[in-house]
Write a protein that binds this ligand. Structure first.
Ligand SMILES: [Zn+2]
Length: 314
């Protein structure tokens, strides 16, 4: 089974993303690159280099609905009408009502101790991200919905769907024998951020879910990994251990910040933990506090809809 890598330039670190063309009985593409005209040019050029045309793609597997991976789904469906495979939950998340999403994000942002302007900004960004993604990947494009753990055949290859939330709630890795199409779950040089659901409901479970996804992968071994970013690599166990260690550091930093403050909102803990704040640093802090809570190392109370955490002796 030959696998050809197609690279896309993206505007955020690490400034590239990868999709993979599996030269099977029928051509299978795993992920569909970056958005816009540039993404289409890169996809068609990469396929040409591999000896294929866009119209040859018969099967398209999507690891997760982020625009550096689903960027050309709609365009490829127009050009080649491949059978599109994705987790059922990914399709359903793309279909969600934008107003309901905004309402949930407002409530969770307020619970995290974000100020009023910040609450509105988070709600606006969540909605525009949803709309951007469903522009690239209209949910009705999905022909074959997948359940976690489900095996399926595409183009003569048997793939297993490994549900790996944490970076994104509806993220799947696709295992094919001793190879893993890892999306953003296991990348050799770094761990992808725990964006998971953003500030949608269950944001407090993000880090717990990330660990659960890693545990699901840890029961397996692979000889070669094809990630969504960074190089193709062979040291699966080491890369997985590094990813888990990076999540452990996030939890440890969050616990330290909480210890320093004693009793604080997630937004305060985030300000203490990171100097240069971004949306994702808040998502990660909130998820890490949720994890400390589940693990018995922190407790929270709710007053006027705002959570305050404190360390426990546990
Ligand atoms: Zn990515």
């Amino acid at each position: 089974m030959d696998v050809h890598r197609v690279e896309f330039e993206v505007d955020w670190p690490p400034f590239h993303a990868a999709a993979y063309l599996v030269d099977a009985v029928e051509p299978v593409l795993v992920d569909a690159g970056g958005p816009g005209e540039r993404g289409w040019t890169e996809l068609t050029a990469g396929l040409t280099d591999a000896g294929f045309a866009a119209a040859d793609v018969e099967h398209l597997l999507v690891t997760h609905p982020h625009t550096d991976h689903d960027g050309q789904v709609a365009r490829l469906v127009d050009a080649a009408d491949p059978t599109v495979y994705a987790l059922e939950s990914a399709r359903d998340r793309l279909r969600m009502d934008a107003d309901l999403l905004a309402a949930r994000v407002r409530s969770n942002a307020a619970a995290a101790g974000v100020d009023e302007d910040g609450v509105e900004e988070h709600a606006d960004r969540a909605v525009s991200s949803l709309e951007r993604n469903r522009g690239c990947f209209p949910p009705d494009c999905v022909d074959r919905t997948l359940a976690p753990g489900e095996s399926f055949e595409a183009g003569g290859v048997t793939f297993e769907t490994v549900h790996t939330p944490g970076h994104q709630r509806d993220h799947a890795c696709f295992a094919a024998g001793d190879r893993l199409f890892a999306g953003d779950q296991v990348i050799e040089p770094f761990r992808a951020a725990a964006l998971n659901v953003g500030l949608d409901d269950e944001v407090f479970d993000s880090v717990d879910e990330f660990y659960a996804g890693y545990r699901r992968l840890a029961r397996r071994s692979f000889d070669r990994v094809y990630p969504g970013h960074g190089p193709v690599f062979e040291g699966f166990a080491d890369a997985l251990a590094d990813s888990v260690a990076s999540l452990d550091s996030l939890v440890a930093e969050t616990a330290d910040a909480l210890d320093t403050l004693g009793n604080a909102t997630p937004a305060d803990v985030n300000a203490e933990r990171v100097d240069e704040q971004r949306d994702y640093t808040l998502f990660e802090t909130v998820g890490a506090l949720g994890h400390l809570d589940t693990a018995g190392h922190a407790d929270h109370t709710v007053e006027d809809g705002v959570r305050r955490y404190a360390p426990t002796d546990g």
